[in-house]
Design a protein around this ligand. Structure first.
Ligand SMILES: *[C@@H]1O[C@H](CO)[C@@H](O)[C@H](O)[C@H]1NC(C)=O
Ligand SMILES: *[C@@H]1O[C@H](CO)[C@@H](O)[C@H](O)[C@H]1NC(C)=O
Length: 369
């Protein structure tokens, strides 16, 4: 509507101002043309208004907390998981990635949050050796993630159109190769480093599907979507599928700006199992509809710091460890304090990480200096 109003005012200035100065003249073709445009834009504005009034309101936009049942029947879930073996390495893994030093404290905090919920899965961190310093790798691994080097996967189409902060993100596709490792992974839950775990989610490892993720949400007109967010994904690694993905990349039609997330949405379009929001507590959910946020709070497994990241600067740069608490306080104040609780939670988990793994972190500091 704004666009059409602009068009109207532009044509008004161009074509109507001569009318007042030459009232005796008959309307010229130009004036008739301009009048037609005004009428057309009024009509289109009307169509937009009617469409806006008649738009579909999803149960998420109009959320009411009506339910009382638990999200997962843990008795049933445990029965469908193989018994944990102390002698054998688990074939289930929780995997994150480290592409630059700036996310190292985030990975350490995520690892600590996973330890606290006592997961039965292994913790693996994929990292790009040429882009991560020894000190940052040590810090990220301090709370339990086992580093595993991977080759960077370059964006397709020579990186044309991709958002600069996503240029390394195609490396995430290496998740699908973990079945071919000497210690093969059969099922994994990928968790972005800008997340913290609040509750155990081992029930996901029993899923019989190849791929599952949580629907995405936007704070703009798109709102709740059927597209999924690639920050939390259930994946059954499969090297053959990985080869298929790479082969499909050049021909796949998707917005390049959103990198691997847009590609994966295109690739798994009909097949992705949509998981409950509790598995990817994306901060955008709270901004979009705070009632949805409070509705999933009790069951939330993973909180995902999408809109504000309390561990990197506003320009996405590394924050020195002795400035992290200051950054958390700043993040807690942004957007009018909308995410104060969530930012303070990250700050508390980070402080715990520093305390629990103090000795290990001292060694990391020696590596960095
Ligand atoms: C979980 O499932 C089992 C087996 O069907 C059932 O007996 C039990 O009542 C369920 N528990 C809950 C909390 O629904
Ligand atoms: C990518 O860039 C290289 C070198 O600039 C060029 O030779 C090649 O054709 C480009 N490929 C595509 C798919 O644009």
């Amino acid at each position: 509507m704004v666009t059409f109003n602009r068009i109207v005012s532009r044509y008004y200035n161009d074509y109507y101002s001569p009318l007042g100065t030459h009232p005796q003249k008959r309307p010229s073709g130009r004036v008739l043309f301009a009048g037609g445009l005004v009428a057309l834009s009024l009509l289109l504005n009307l169509v937009f208004v009617v469409k806006y009034c008649l738009r579909f309101t999803s149960p998420l936009d109009d959320y009411q907390e009506l339910k009382q049942y638990p999200l997962v029947n843990t008795t049933l879930a445990r029965a469908s998981l193989p018994p944990m073996s102390k002698s054998k390495l688990s074939e289930n893994a929780i995997v994150t990635t480290l592409y630059s030093d700036s996310y190292a404290p985030a990975v350490a905090a995520l690892g600590h949050s996973l330890r606290k919920v006592d997961t039965s899965a292994r913790l693996i961190m994929l990292y790009i050796p040429s882009q991560v310093s020894a000190g940052a790798l040590c810090l990220a691994a301090s709370s339990g993630f086992v580093p595993r080097p991977v080759a960077r996967i370059a964006p397709p189409h020579n990186g044309s159109g991709i958002a600069p902060r996503f240029v390394d993100q195609y490396t995430k596709l290496a998740l699908w190769t973990l079945d071919a490792a000497p210690d093969p992974v059969r099922a994994l839950v990928y968790v972005d480093a800008d997340a913290l775990v609040l509750r155990n989610f081992d029930e996901l490892f029993a899923l019989p599907y190849a791929f599952a993720a949580v629907p995405d949400v936007y704070t703009d007109a798109r709102g709740f979507t059927t597209n999924f967010n690639a920050g939390v994904m259930f994946v059954r690694p499969d090297s053959a599928l990985f080869a298929d993905m790479l082969a499909a990349l050049p021909a796949a039609r998707f917005p390049h700006v959103m990198a691997e997330q847009a590609f994966l949405n295109q690739f798994f379009a009909t097949d992705a199992l949509r998981l409950p929001y509790a598995y990817n507590g994306n901060l955008a959910l709270k901004e979009r509809n705070p009632r949805v946020w409070s509705g999933i709070q009790r069951e939330m497994r993973i909180i995902h710091y999408t809109l504000i990241k309390p561990f990197v600067s506003k320009q996405w740069d590394t924050v020195p460890l002795d400035r992290l608490q200051h950054r958390v306080d700043e993040a807690a104040r942004s957007k009018g304090g909308m995410f104060r609780d969530e930012m303070q939670h990250w700050g508390r988990v980070w402080q715990e990480t520093r305390t629990v793994y103090a000795q290990h972190l001292d060694e990391c500091r020696r590596l960095s200096s």
